[in-house]
Design a protein around this ligand. Structure first.
Ligand SMILES: Cc1cc2nc3c(=O)[nH]c(=O)nc-3n(C[C@H](O)[C@H](O)[C@H](O)COP(=O)(O)OP(=O)(O)OC[C@H]3O[C@@H](n4cnc5c(N)ncnc54)[C@H](O)[C@@H]3O)c2cc1C
Ligand code: FES
Length: 283
């Protein structure tokens, strides 16, 4: 059992948990994730290890509520426990002093890009970060990102905060400034990673993306997280989660992400019915 030490709400539908996991807190590296199961009957879901505190023996998880398991996690409070957490999983980010690294996080993608930006900064890179959200209320981790960046650019789709536009518009502005960029790291929704990679490719910028495929066992055995990278089959859980952004087949990834829509919808309907029953709203 892993006890929740603290819980905060960063924005509507996004929770920030500090959870006891001493071994993972000691071992984890930037780019790695955990698989957690809330209870005996729950499905396993992957979540990035956003940060850790080895002295306290805790890890930080930032979760967007999108379906049954993430909504259930959002209902837990400090003092509650999660049944099991396995990790650290996946390959750690390749960190070295590249020069200038642009770290881009879109939406909940800011959470997984944060530890990479921190490690890149620690390795002596000049880190320029771009974080984007649909609107100001949904912008997360601005202060965290500021601390690990030499420069932070914020963008909102509706112009309610920072640059009016997508993170790709902000990247285009940096390119137009004549900034010499040695590496782009982009994490967020699949279309955001696709279009960021296309823009980066047009400008000959090496690009890393972190893929959020659906996972089942997390051990490379079930094939649930298979993606095509450079025409070859790869498993996000053991070969990734990071890949060369120019080589990923994003259209196939989008298709595979929606493969379980009917089952996910059914699970969510049952969850809502049970919640109404628990809350007594149907009485
Ligand atoms: C390596 C890795 C790291 C991740 N890190 C984080 C993180 O730090 N924070 C976070 O909030 N989420 C993260 N995710 C995504 C997270 O695992 C999913 O949102 C979660 O599994 C959804 O479970 P659910 O039961 O709540 O929703 P489901 O009922 O499974 O799905 C609900 C909706 O979300 C979509 N969805 C399901 N799985 C994913 C997925 N993997 N990526 C994108 N959309 C999905 C479905 O298509 C559906 O529309 C990560 C995924 C991977 C592979
Ligand atoms: S989750 Fe099963 S192969 Fe990756």
């Amino acid at each position: 059992m892993n006890r929740i030490i603290s819980k905060d709400r960063l924005a509507e539908g996004i929770v920030d948990l500090r959870v006891e996991a001493p071994v993972i807190a000691r071992k984890r590296k930037a780019g790695q994730f955990i698989l957690l199961r809330i209870d005996e009957t729950g499905e396993r879901i992957p979540l990035t290890i956003v940060d850790s505190n080895p002295e306290e023996g805790s890890i930080r998880l930032i979760i967007q509520e999108v379906g049954k398991t993430t909504y259930s996690l959002g209902e837990l409070e400090a003092g509650d426990s999660i049944k099991d957490i396995a990790g650290p999983l996946g390959k750690a980010t390749h960190i070295e002093n590249f020069g200038t690294v642009v770290c881009i996080g879109g939406g909940i993608g800011v959470a997984p890009v944060y530890p990479i930006a921190a490690a890149m900064k620690e390795a002596g890179n000049r880190v320029i970060s771009i974080i984007g959200a649909r609107n100001h209320d949904l912008m997360i981790m601005e202060e965290d990102m500021k601390k690990v960046s030499d420069r932070l650019v914020v963008a909102t789709d509706d112009g309610s905060y920072g640059i009016h536009g997508f993170v790709t518009d902000a990247l285009q502005s940096l390119i137009d400034e004549g900034l010499k960029i040695d590496l782009v790291v982009a994490i967020g929704p699949v279309p955001m990673m696709k279009f960021t990679s296309l823009l980066a490719k047009k400008n000959n910028l090496p690009t890393i993306v972190s893929l959020n495929s659906v996972m089942v066992d997390g051990t490379g055995m079930c094939g649930g997280c298979r993606v095509s990278v450079g025409g070859k089959s790869k498993f996000v859980c053991v070969d990734g989660p990071e890949f060369d952004g120019h080589e990923v087949d994003y259209d196939e990834l989008t298709m595979r992400q929606s493969a379980y829509h009917d089952m996910e919808k059914e699970a969510m309907d049952i969850y809502h019915k049970c919640k109404i029953g628990r809350d007594g709203e149907d009485k």
